[in-house]
Ligand binder design. Structure first.
Ligand code: ZN
Length: 229
């Protein structure tokens, strides 16, 4: 096995999965999805579908799929809470807050560590994650400085040469849409991923910050294709 993809079921991680499969082939890629008590268990259902749909398209064979593991972190909500995990909290940003109340404290640190443990078990040295610093909402564990430190920490913790691959670290959503089109997965990303904070698949609710970011990127990409034609 070459690579493990942290697959949430959203646009970023779905596109990461396609990149890893194109690079190494479905048989050399595994995906892991974490259930940490997010409002929408739906994400896992979409992730389960993506591990078949995306390899089938990228490899052009219907039976292609990547090994997939769903890891339940049901205890997470006993340690912290936020608007993604608590339906009674309205999604938003408090005045003066550095990031929206959808931040799940330490999520990427935990996910990457656990994914790395599995990667070592599988003999994979690359960890793909869809985090983005360019479009990000101020989440501290999406920053490049964190990713670099985390890679170093994992290497020391596991004594293993893991490499954290972040294809979208400095890329816009418009770039991701263009890439999805190039990889032939545009329709899958549009209709079969969940990015919306309100858990509505595809184009989502259209109102939450995640939907607005996604729609704005799509609009930018669409207008760029028109001007180049
Ligand atoms: Zn939404």
């Amino acid at each position: 096995m070459k690579a493990v993809v942290v697959l949430s079921g959203g646009q970023d991680s779905a596109t990461c999965l396609a990149l890893a499969v194109r690079r190494y082939g479905a048989d050399e890629v595994a995906a892991v999805t974490f259930e940490y008590g997010q409002r929408h268990a739906l994400e896992t259902r979409f992730a389960r579908r993506l591990v078949r749909r995306i390899p089938a398209i990228v490899e052009g064979r219907p039976d292609a799929r990547v090994q997939h593991k769903v890891v339940k972190l049901g205890f997470y909500g006993s340690l912290t809470t936020n608007a993604l995990m608590d339906p009674s909290v309205k999604i938003g940003r408090k005045p003066g807050a550095k990031c929206p109340n959808t931040v799940v404290e330490g999520r990427n640190a935990v996910f990457l560590t656990l994914a790395a443990v599995w990667a070592k078990t599988l003999g994979a040295t690359e960890l793909y994650t869809g985090v983005s610093e360019a479009d990000y909402s101020g989440y501290p564990d999406c920053r490049g400085v964190f990713i670099r430190a985390q890679q170093k920490a994992i290497r020391l913790a596991l004594d293993y040469p893991i490499r954290i691959v972040t294809p979208f670290a400095h890329r816009s959503k418009a770039y991701e849409w263009a890439l999805a089109a190039k990889l032939g997965i545009l329709d899958v990303v549009r209709k079969e991923t969940v990015t919306c904070y309100n858990g509505i698949p595809g184009d989502g609710c259209g109102e939450c910050p995640a939907c607005r970011l996604r729609a704005r990127g799509y609009g930018e990409w669409m207008s760029s294709t028109k001007t180049t034609r």
